[in-house]
Design a protein around this ligand. Structure first.
Ligand SMILES: *Cc1c(COP(=O)(O)O)cnc(C)c1O
Length: 355
């Protein structure tokens, strides 16, 4: 960066939309703040970092992202505590993961200072947009895409990085029923499953539509080779409780290394919850559901923190989990959100003060 990061220029909107927002009835990711952070990569370097009014982009029809899908994104949140201070949760993990995704998609990495200063400048500019109500937060979407032009199937010479934000309410999932997917795969060995690439989602929508037609809200992905091992719960990492042991599968080429997942693993270890990180067979899950030892099944990710699954379908049979009061899911969600909203001490150093 040539410009001093301390002086990221801010152009304020002439017409704030803040007064139009009903902060008591926020949905997830549908209204956007007044500003966005943007910078461009050209001539071999990131430049023109600035905060500008949120609004549409004008792009040439030959822009490479439209044709070859060269894009990666992140999902994170900002929280406002009772004193009005703003906090992030492990933001450097998002920054590192975005670069991991960028490398896999042949895109330039973003310097840590550019990511963090851009984000902080944007959050300070739009600080009144960050909800204070518990369960509400500012959802943050950083993304990089190929903004150069040409139909030649090769990496772009230009990229754009944007951070856009949406004040969001609780991620209501209600009762989630999932189907164990044995035909389609989200990711394959040697592919881009570990990257947060938009294309991974594009490829998952059709199998999800088929599952929805059969009455399921989500799919559980299995390994692409044998379909015998459990991998992820939709766009979340997966956890299950068999007896009193919490289980999750190891990350791999095909599994996204979720920040919520790794926080839960660390929390379980610190709090003495018996934990096993190992490959899990579909047959083990079905067997545990049949003999009653399967006590919980849940997805883990930034949007919902934990999303309990109430039933799963496998080969035409529906397995229902009993509801429980003393769930690991509820306990873990409380521990993590208390840290996120600055309601308790942070022994892990996960909280990051924006100011
Ligand atoms: C983003 C994502 C997750 C969750 O990651 P977090 O860092 O916890 O938000 C899990 N699986 C997939 C496929 C994802 O895209």
């Amino acid at each position: 960066m040539e410009v001093s990061l301390k002086q990221i220029p801010v152009t304020k909107t002439k017409r704030s939309r803040l007064a139009e927002v009903d902060f008591d009835n926020l949905s997830f990711g549908n209204v956007f703040t007044d500003h966005m952070f943007i910078c461009e990569y050209r001539d071999g370097k990131w430049q023109d970092a600035r905060v500008i009014p949120y609004g549409p982009l004008s792009l040439d029809p030959a822009t490479k992202v439209f044709h070859y899908g060269q894009e990666a994104f992140e999902g994170m949140k900002a929280y406002k505590d009772l004193q009005g201070k703003i906090w992030l949760f492990r933001p450097l993990e998002n920054q590192k993961r975005l670069n991991k995704s960028a490398v896999r998609l042949a895109m330039p990495e973003l310097p840590e200072a550019l990511f963090m200063e851009g984000l902080k400048t944007l959050l300070e500019t739009d600080r009144d947009w960050i909800p204070q109500k518990s369960n509400s937060s500012l959802y943050i979407r950083p993304f990089i895409f190929a903004s150069g032009t040409g139909f030649h199937a090769s990496p772009s010479d230009r990229y754009t990085f944007i951070i856009a934000c949406a004040p969001s309410g609780a991620y209501f999932s209600g009762k989630v029923s999932v189907r164990i997917e044995e035909t389609y795969s989200r990711a394959a060995n040697g592919g881009v499953g570990y990257a947060k690439a938009g294309g991974n989602y594009a490829g998952s929508f059709y199998p999800m539509q088929l599952a929805a037609q059969a009455g399921f809200q989500q799919v559980i992905w299995t390994d692409d080779h044998s379909h015998e091992f459990i991998e992820e719960a939709g766009a979340m990492n997966i956890f299950m409780r068999i007896g009193d042991t919490l289980l999750t599968c190891p990350t791999s080429d095909r599994i996204l290394d979720g920040i919520t997942r790794k926080s839960i693993v660390q929390l379980a270890e610190a709090e003495g919850i018996p934990l096993e990180v190992r490959r899990i067979r579909v047959s083990e899950l079905v067997g545990a559901a049949e003999d009653g030892s399967l006590k919980e099944l849940f997805g883990a990710g930034t949007a919902a923190v934990v999303s309990p699954i109430s039933s799963f379908g496998y080969r035409g049979k529906l397995y229902t989990l009993p509801e429980r009061e003393d769930s690991y899911a509820t306990r873990i969600k409380k521990r993590i959100t208390d840290i996120q909203y600055n309601r308790c001490a942070d022994p892990y150093g996960w909280r990051y003060e924006v100011g």
